[in-house]
Design a protein around this ligand. Structure first.
Ligand code: ATP
Ligand code: MG
Length: 503
């Protein structure tokens, strides 16, 4: 083996009040998939932003093919052949797919004399990614999260990169799309391209990774371990500094169905092109899981119950009373909470503090004579933050400065403070590290045990089966099966969700 393609040595990066990187080492060789593991806030995204030239390190060296280099700007990294797919995708919503893919390229050098050629090239790249279905002329803003991810990948490919860094690419992808992504990664590495791959899903590390580097609190705690043979428990212990129980919290005994009142009744609701004739119930204290592919209509069903979309047919009742269709304020007054899928755009006020983001749905609780009781607000927010192990624990910090997974926790913490009767959770553990996941599962079960009805959407079938009492399988907008979660297994669910799809 020739020398490493990339070496990062003793990299330090400080932000006001935080040492995000405190001496990180990473070496990557050509043709490998190098996984970067670490808990939320460990420094993974910061490290790859240094590598992308987006952050300047305070100390340390970056060596590229044996030569020390300075990455003073993102263009410097691009010129060397380093492409980055960020956790928060950096696409321009108002531009077309093709324009986004070739954003910042000097088109003269590429020899594009006209837009038609750029479109053809863009189409070819999308085809390589198994997504010839994405129209290159559509505005990126109209695409789903998964579609945007694919465009971002196509952009990395367009640069003929030698090293492609992927920050949690699978977080927005469905099961079949992850398989597609892995196929692309294998093609790339076979051509000698190196990939740095970040994910919180341990089974992916095993499947696609060659070597693993583990970060903890801004330091490299293990470098270059074998991705295939290092036991998961060992990797998790390195990341968290403790042994983590993987188990899902125990379910209450199979309850007598009449014991707990039906809280939510969804009766034949439909919206053209989204979902059709969907009926189910959720009892108080029960967790019902919606399993299905991304795009199967699960999120739309949740948003319709929340009043953000108006059903064209059917009815929704909460505790026996009809909910006003298409009214979020009516839903919130009735005690419904939603933790949406795209937290950045839908749920967080990035420039506000953690405390305000966490407490904003329960401000009434802290109101005193028309003013917010700031002390009570802080105390309650701090408590919720502690329960979810959100870092940093200083709740006066702006949410914008948190790591991806910790932003996630801020949205979830908000719902712990509100007194919801029905909680709608859309991909609650997306981007959350393994240690915090276990705590989150326990909290969701705790909420259910206290009488809250929970409707859970997750693309991870084991998570649905492990957490839910009852499962509803959704395929192309229709409920194709309802079962007690203990009476159905992962392969049965996967068969049901995939049937008839083009995978
Ligand atoms: N712009 C910033 N200003 C201040 N602090 C920041 C900034 N960016 C990151 N941090 C802090 O640096 C630390 C590392 O964050 P980073 O985003 O690198 O974590 P991560 O390992 O990618 O986590 P996750 O798995 O949640 O994405 C965190 O404590 C975070 O709050
Ligand atoms: Mg990150």
């Amino acid at each position: 083996m020739s020398g490493p393609l990339l070496e990062m040595q003793g990299v330090v990066k400080e932000f006001p009040g935080v040492r995000a990187l405190d001496g990180v080492d990473l070496d990557v060789v050509a043709g490998e998939v190098h996984c970067l593991l670490g808990q939320n806030g460990a420094g993974k995204s910061t490290l790859i932003k240094v590598l992308a030239g987006a952050h300047q390190p305070d100390a340390g060296r970056v060596v590229w093919q044996g030569e020390p280099i300075t990455l003073s700007a993102p263009t410097a990294a691009t010129h060397l052949g380093i492409a980055t797919i960020y956790q928060e995708l950096d696409l321009v919503d108002g531009l077309s797919v093709a324009e986004n893919i070739y954003l910042g390229h000097e088109q003269a050098r590429l020899g594009f004399t006209q837009r038609g050629q750029m479109r053809t090239a863009a189409r070819e790249l999308l085809g390589r990614l198994g997504h010839a279905d994405i129209p290159v002329t559509s505005e990126v803003g109209s695409l789903s999260a998964a579609g945007k991810q694919v465009v971002s990948m196509a952009r990395a490919l367009s640069h003929d990169a030698r090293l492609i860094v992927m920050d949690e690419p699978s977080a927005v992808l469905a099961h079949n799309e992850v398989a597609n992504l892995f196929r692309v990664i294998r093609d790339l590495t076979a051509e000698g391209v190196a990939v740095v791959y970040i994910s919180h899903r341990m089974e992916e590390i095993r499947e696609i990774g060659d070597r693993v580097t583990v970060l903890k609190e801004g330091r490299t705690v293990a470098a270059g371990l074998s991705a295939r043979t290092t036991p998961t428990a060992e990797l998790v212990a390195l990341m968290t500094g403790r042994d983590v129980e993987y188990a899902f919290p125990p379910r209450p005994a199979r309850a007598d169905p009449d014991e707990r009142p039906v809280l939510l009744e969804v009766d034949g609701i439909g919206r053209p092109d989204e979902f059709h004739d969907v009926s189910f119930t959720v009892r108080a204290g029960e967790i019902v899981g919606l399993a299905g592919l991304v795009g199967s209509g699960r999120s739309e069903i949740l948003e319709t119950i929340y009043g953000a979309r108006r059903p064209v047919s059917g009815h929704i009742r909460l505790a026996g009373s009809a909910l006003r269709p298409g009214s979020v304020s009516a839903a919130v007054r009735a005690g419904i909470g939603l933790a949406p899928e795209e937290r950045k755009s839908q749920a967080l006020f990035l420039w506000d503090s953690i405390a305000r983001n966490v407490s904003m749905s329960s401000l009434r609780r802290f109101a005193r004579a028309g003013f917010v009781d700031a002390r009570a607000e802080l105390t309650a927010a701090t408590d919720a933050v502690r329960r979810l192990d959100l870092r940093p624990t200083d709740v006066t910090r702006a949410v914008r400065t948190l790591s991806g997974g910790n932003q996630q926790k801020a949205v979830l913490a908000r719902w712990l403070l509100t007194d919801c009767r029905l909680l709608l959770l859309d991909e609650p553990t997306r981007g959350v590290d393994v240690g915090a996941r276990a705590e989150l599962y326990a909290l969701i079960r705790e909420l259910a045990d206290s009488g809250v009805a929970v409707l859970l959407v997750s693309s991870e079938v084991p998570e649905v089966l492990g957490m839910a009492d009852r499962v509803l399988v959704i395929r192309e907008g229709r409920a194709v099966r309802e079962a007690d979660a203990r009476d159905i297994d992962e392969s049965q669910v996967l068969d049901l969700v995939m049937e008839g799809s083009s995978v």
